[in-house]
Design a protein around this ligand. Structure first.
Ligand SMILES: Cc1cc2nc3c(=O)[nH]c(=O)nc-3n(C[C@H](O)[C@H](O)[C@H](O)COP(=O)(O)OP(=O)(O)OC[C@H]3O[C@@H](n4cnc5c(N)ncnc54)[C@H](O)[C@@H]3O)c2cc1C
Ligand code: FES
Length: 326
C-alpha cells in the first residue's frame, strides 16, 4: 500500500490500484476518458516521490521533466504527493459553430480565450463544465482563429450527443495539446502517407494542410476510408487541395454500398501497404489515425513489411472506458 497526498488529503492506494482509482474512490473529481494511458485526459503533476515509468509513457520530454503523469497508468511503488494541473494548463473556449460535415460527422468550431500553442494533428481534451472529458484531434492549423474538430456523432454519446445540440457560445475547457502525431518539417522532400478511417481524417487533414503550408515538396498520399461512401466527408475540400498541388494524391475508399465515382472499393490497408512498398522506405513517414483496431493492425503490417516503427506516427481513437463502480 502507498499513500498519495492530494489537495491536503492523505489517501491510501492499494497494491495494484491506480492513482486515478484511489482518487475517485475518495470522491475526488479527476477528468478521464480512455483509462488506458492513451488520451492524456487524466494528467496530473507529481510534486514529490518517484513515479513508475509506465505513468509517463507517451508524454513529451518537457512534460516528463515537469513531473506530469497519467493517473490511470500510475500504480505507485511508494508514497507520492500529486496535484491537479493548474490554470496555465487549461484554456477556456466557446463553441462558435457546429455543422454536419456529411454522414454522422460534425464539424465543431471553438474559439479559445487565448491562443493554444499546438501543431496540426495533435489532440486536446474537451472538458465540459460538469467535468465530462473526451479527447479530440485538431484539424485546424496553428494560428487559425478557430480550432476545428471532426466529431463522430453517437446519438447516445455523452460528449458527441451533447455537442450535436450545443448552443453557440457554450463554454468548455481545453487541456493539451497532446500527442506526437503531427507534421515535422525536417525533410521537405520526404514522401508522406496519411491513412485514416472515419474521423481519423481530422488530424490527417491538419497534417496535410500544415505540410503544404510549410512548402512540403515530396509526394503526399492521403487515404480516407469508410464503410460506405456516405461515411466519407470533406471530399470537395480535399479534392480541391489535390487539384491545386501536383504532389498531393487523395484516395477515397468505401467497402460497401453502391459504387460512386471517385471512390474505390479496395480496403485501405491494401492501398496503404501497396503505396508504402512503392515509396522510398528510407525517408517515408506514415501517419495512421482513427479506429484503434485498424491503426494497430496496419502499424504491425507496415513494421513486418520492413518499415521502422519510428517512421510510423499513430493516434488510435480509443473510446472512453466506463468508470468502475466504487
Ligand atoms: C487520442 C484520441 C483522439 C480522438 N480524436 C477524435 C476525433 O478527432 N474525432 C472523434 O469523433 N473522436 C475522437 N476520439 C474519440 C472521442 O474521444 C470519444 O471517445 C468519442 O467522441 C465518443 O465519445 P462520446 O462521449 O460521444 O460517447 P460515449 O458516451 O463515450 O459512448 C457512448 C456510446 O457511443 C458508442 N461509441 C463511442 N465510441 C465508440 C467507438 N469508438 N466505436 C463504437 N462505438 C462507440 C458506444 O455505443 C457507446 O456506448 C479520440 C480519442 C482519442 C483517444
Ligand atoms: S490516459 Fe488516463 S484516462 Fe486516458
Amino acid at each position: 500500500m502507498s499513500v498519495v497526498r492530494y489537495r491536503g488529503r492523505e489517501l491510501e492506494v492499494a497494491a495494484g490500484e491506480t492513482v486515478l482509482e484511489a482518487l475517485e474512490a475518495a470522491g475526488e473529481a479527476v477528468p478521464s476518458s480512455c483509462r488506458a494511458g492513451t488520451c492524456q485526459t487524466c494528467t496530473l503533476r507529481c510534486l514529490e516521490g518517484e513515479l513508475p515509468e509506465a505513468a509517463q509513457v507517451g508524454l513529451s520530454p518537457a512534460k516528463r521533466r515537469l513531473g506530469y503523469f497519467l493517473a490511470c497508468a500510475c500504480r505507485p511503488g511508494g508514497d507520492l504527493e500529486v496535484a491537479p494541473l493548474d490554470d496555465a494548463d487549461a484554456v477556456p473556449a466557446t463553441i462558435t459553430g457546429v455543422e454536419r460535415a456529411g454522414g454522422d460527422v460534425l464539424l465543431v468550431r471553438l474559439r479559445p480565450a487565448r491562443p493554444l500553442a499546438h501543431e496540426a494533428g495533435q489532440f486536446v481534451s474537451l472538458i465540459r463544465d460538469d467535468g465530462l472529458a473526451r479527447p479530440y484531434s485538431l484539424a485546424s492549423l496553428p494560428g487559425d482563429e478557430e480550432l476545428v474538430l471532426h466529431v463522430r456523432h453517437y446519438p447516445d454519446g455523452q460528449m458527441s450527443g451533447w455537442l450535436a445540440g450545443a448552443p453557440i457560445g457554450a463554454s468548455l475547457t481545453l487541456r493539451g495539446p497532446s500527442g506526437e502525431c503531427f507534421y515535422i518539417a525536417d525533410d521537405p522532400a520526404r514522401p508522406l502517407l496519411l491513412v485514416g478511417t472515419g474521423t481519423g481524417l481530422a488530424p490527417l487533414e491538419g497534417i496535410l494542410r500544415a505540410a503544404l503550408h510549410q512548402g512540403h515538396k515530396g509526394p503526399i498520399t492521403l487515404i480516407h476510408g469508410a464503410r460506405t461512401a456516405e461515411g466519407l466527408y470533406r471530399r470537395e475540400a480535399l479534392e480541391a487541395l489535390a487539384a491545386a498541388h501536383p504532389n498531393v494524391e487523395v484516395i477515397f475508399s468505401a467497402l460497401a454500398g453502391d459504387p460512386e465515382p471517385g471512390v474505390v472499393d479496395t480496403p485501405i490497408d491494401r492501398l496503404a501497404l501497396a503505396r508504402a512498398k512503392a515509396a522510398d522506405r528510407s525517408t517515408l513517414r506514415v501517419y495512421l489515425c482513427g479506429d484503434p483496431g485498424q491503426v494497430g493492425a496496419l502499424r504491425r503490417r507496415l513494421f513486418i513489411d520492413g518499415l521502422a516503427l519510428r517512421s510510423i506516427l499513430a493516434d488510435a481513437f480509443l473510446p472512453a472506458a466506463p468508470r468502475p463502480a466504487v
